[in-house]
Design a protein around this ligand. Sequence first.
Ligand code: SF4
Length: 309
Amino acid sequence: MHHPYKTREGGCTVTVFVPYDCNNNCPFCINKGEYADTTGFSLDKICESIKLMDEITPKCDFVFTGGEPFADLESLQRMLDLIPNTHNIYINTTLPVSENQPEEEILRFAEKNKNKIDCINVSRHVQRYVVESNDDLLARLPIPFRINCVLYEDYPFDELIPFIERFRKIPGSNIQFRFDYTATTPENLYDKENDRIIRDLNKIARYTGMDGCRMRCGFHYDYKGMEIVYHKTLPYSAIIEEDPTDGITYCILYDIIIKQNGDIHADWGHDVLDELELDIEAYRNVKFEPYDMKWYERVEIELCAASGR
Ligand code: SF4
């Protein structure tokens, strides 16, 4: 059965899978298989889909992922040029540097797009799964960046502090630790008791609060003045839910995916939806609701209490 769509104000986040791969093989990656056969990949079709999503939701967020968005700067530029400044843009990358693409080229690209890209999410892990460029490059980026680190299975606790200290030295750094989202369920999403990562972070950093929504949550920490967030998200992003105010059952969408061939999907996989393809005409009539992201816990900051604020 096809339910009418509902999403948050501004529209779903649109995640674009670039049509070119990375050089890594992270064990938790579920995208890698999709890049094994590039038949049907089309930059032109992706560009058409980006224009369509801009037309329907002119203020939605765009996320570029892959694969490796920075593996082909010319193609990435072509896609970015289609997105007006009404959108926030985020790029997930390993910041790949090679003989063919030296640091200076990445910096030139970043400089050119510094008013367009809101944040570069750089993958770095406690266990080294990705080929890493020099940390100095991070310090030279003219765009805000965040370190994304998946704490996978039996990650080594002893390496957590050295990892955090490594990035604390770089001005502007903050870290988002991530649970392996293929292992996240509605039952363990907000479960603090049985979460090893929370137990470990509590030993080394000061907990400052927790925010979240139906789909994802963030446990916030302060480590010697550096912000750390532990992020958990469900492996799917659509929910079927009845709205008690109008009695209508909606398909609530959080993420829309533009695939490597330009197809537009309403979710990451078939967990919730029988039909993955986004019904464009239904989405043109999407009902908006306020974003359900909110703070659930906030730990008083001693400084504020002491100053009487
Ligand atoms: S760098 Fe990203 S896309 Fe590449 S294998 Fe790792 S998780 Fe997958």
